[in-house]
Design a binder for this molecule. Structure first.
Ligand code: ATP
Ligand code: MG
Length: 555
């Protein structure tokens, strides 16, 4: 193993290690096999982290394969988004992108092989009849009356199926396994169906398409996959996966291993439901910053490191569980705390006039870019008679717990002077529109000479020289920990306060240089990144990635 030898191995890593040591496999090849019918979500990120991570750890390779056997729901847009997301997460697949559809000719030939071996037959049962014949978990199924067709007739009919002689859905190709099997997946499963659909890769070449179960293992074999890792719902499909490998002259013998899927509370991770949120415009597209999609997390300002760290923290097991969303939030906070330059931005500005400060004077205040990392340098902020503080940081009266600016009391302006408030100016409605205060002399980096210390520290910007911006505050998309559990309609549990847009926010001048790759800590407010969709040079729009502290549990 090349790296991180000190970390305990998860159970799949242990299997791979043992297989290499015992000589069961000589090299490791994994694959990530998305169906291009939607954008990738955080659950896929886990599968990507696991499959690409296994290859990295054991000096192997990982393929990216589009599992594209269902053309009606698939689209080239999804193919492109999947490629971009995998690369953004920091991984590169081996060679070209593969497609299950690359193997349609080979899969067809193997179906013919199964027919010739007397192991597959063309079935004329309708979908309803087939369901009735299938039996139940407690009752054996019944054999199709078409199961005894001759090899010649099957070959003839299957050729005609391919050539478009029959209407959609009128016939299927099924393998003969065991209608009495306790595993329903082995009750003569369908491996080809007739469907006239234009495929994003193969166009109109085919009007029959292989089933997922039939295509998947054979694609693994063609690509020489050593460890075919998938989620637990496929455990009951494994005997079928193995049946195909044993009954078809495939070039390799891949094995399937299952782990439990990643479920996160306050989140839905079903492509169908995420697509519904997009299609019905409950969110601003697949990359809405509140979406659990990789593209949404990217736009929100998450880092690949935080997502990969989270996948590692969540662990790899066979136990079905729900991971707390707080763990993902913890991972991003950790990463951003270490790397983010600091800046001050006043989200809800209140003007403070410093009455004893000369109108024509401007001082340059300096502050570290990162308090724990000197190498990141310093930043400069102009200070003058008129500054802005947050409305929440001033009260006319307050108790001792309130360590901000209060009439008659002092507060320190971060990286600047201590000031004392004298007067609150109000408009006709009684709303405070300005505070008049005084600078306490010689207090930059020093306590006041008269011994009356400031109780707290607040952030500020110059009222004359700042960056006008919009700030978007996000909260969890769902207010219920299990929005789609037990048949609940997840749309009913959308959090109406998941997006708050603030205009007229004022940031320190350095923010004018922000790029889409920079994530800042706005002091006392959280971590922020420019929004890739709405931000312009004239009007920066910042997304709050995450607040500084976990406040959700306290609500
Ligand atoms: P959905 O049910 O949302 O459509 P899916 O599993 O059908 O998801 P695929 O595109 O087939 O989506 O998934 C590609 C790979 O990602 C599969 O190997 C699948 O097992 C894995 N995967 C999907 N969701 C999760 C998840 N929540 N946790 C871990 N792995 C996942
Ligand atoms: Mg799937």
């Amino acid at each position: 193993m090349s790296e991180e030898t000190s970390k305990p191995l998860n159970f799949i890593e242990r299997i791979v290690k043992e297989d290499l040591e015992s000589g069961k496999v000589t090299s490791v090849r994994t694959r990530f096999p998305p169906e291009p019918n939607g954008y990738l979500h955080i659950g896929h990120a886990k599968s990507i982290w696991l499959n690409f991570g296994l290859a990295q750890k054991f000096g192997g390779k990982c393929n990216l394969r589009m599992d594209d056997t269902n053309p009606e729901k698939e689209d080239e847009e999804y193919v492109e988004s999947i490629k971009a997301d995998v690369q953004w997460l920091g991984y590169q697949w081996d060679g070209e992108v593969h497609y299950a559809s690359d193997y349609f000719d080979q899969l067809y030939d193997w179906a013919v092989y199964l027919i010739k071996a007397g192991k597959a037959f063309v079935c004329d049962l309708t979908a309803d009849e087939m369901r009735a014949y299938r039996g139940t978990l407690t009752e054996a199924g019944k054999e199709s009356p078409f199961r005894t067709r001759s090899v010649e007739e099957n070959l003839e009919l299957f050729t005609q199926m391919r050539d478009g002689a029959f209407p959609d859905g009128s016939r299927t190709l099924r393998v003969k396994i065991d209608m009495a099997s306790s595993n329903i997946n082995l009750r003569d499963p369908v491996i080809y169906r007739i469907k006239r659909a234009t495929h994003h890769q193969t166009g109109d070449k085919w009007c029959i398409y292989p089933s997922y179960d039939y295509a998947h293992g054979q694609s693994d074999a063609i690509e020489g996959i050593s460890h075919s890792v998938c989620t637990l719902e496929f455990e009951v499909h494994r005997p079928l996966y193995e049946w195909f490998i044993d009954n078809i002259p495939v070039p390799a013998q891949p094995h399937q291993y299952e782990f439990s899927r990643l479920n996160i509370n306050y989140t839905v991770t079903s492509k169908r439901k995420l697509k519904q949120l997009v299609d019905e415009k409950h969110v601003d597209g697949w990359n809405d910053p509140r979406m659990p999609t990789v593209s949404g997390l990217r736009r929100r300002g998450f880092t690949p490191k935080a997502i990969n760290d989270f996948c590692e923290m969540a662990g790899v097991t066979k136990v079905e569980g729900v991971v707390d969303l707080g763990m993902l939030e913890f991972a991003i906070r950790e990463d951003l705390n270490n790397i983010s330059p600091r800046a001050m931005c006043v989200l809800r500005p209140l003007k403070v006039t410093l009455t004893n400060y000369p109108d024509d004077q401007v001082e340059t205040m300096t502050a570290p870019v990162h308090p724990q990392n000197e190498a990141m340098g310093t930043r400069a902020m102009p200070f003058c008679r008129e500054i802005l503080i947050d409305q929440d940081d001033f009260r006319e009266e307050a108790n001792k717990q309130y360590k901000r600016l209060v009439l008659g009391k002092r507060v320190r302006l971060r990286n600047s002077y201590v000031i004392e408030a004298d007067e609150a100016v109000k408009d006709a409605d009684g709303t405070i529109i300005e505070v008049r205060a005084r600078v306490i002399e010689d207090t930059v980096g020093k306590d006041p000479a008269d011994g009356v210390k400031a109780k707290g520290v607040i952030h500020w910007v110059s009222a004359r020289d700042n960056v006008d911006c919009e700030v978007r505050l996000y909260d969890r998309l769902f207010s219920d920990p299990a929005p789609d559990a037990g048949g609940k309609n997840f749309l009913e549990f959308m959090n109406p306060h998941s997006l708050e847009i603030l205009n007229g926010c004022k940031g320190e001048i350095g923010l004018a240089q922000a790029t889409l790759d920079d994530r800042y800590q706005f002091e006392r407010e959280g971590y922020f990144v420019l929004d890739s969709k709405y931000s312009t040079t004239e009007k920066p729009v910042f997304n709050r990635v995450i607040g500084l502290k976990d406040t959700w549990e306290k609500k």
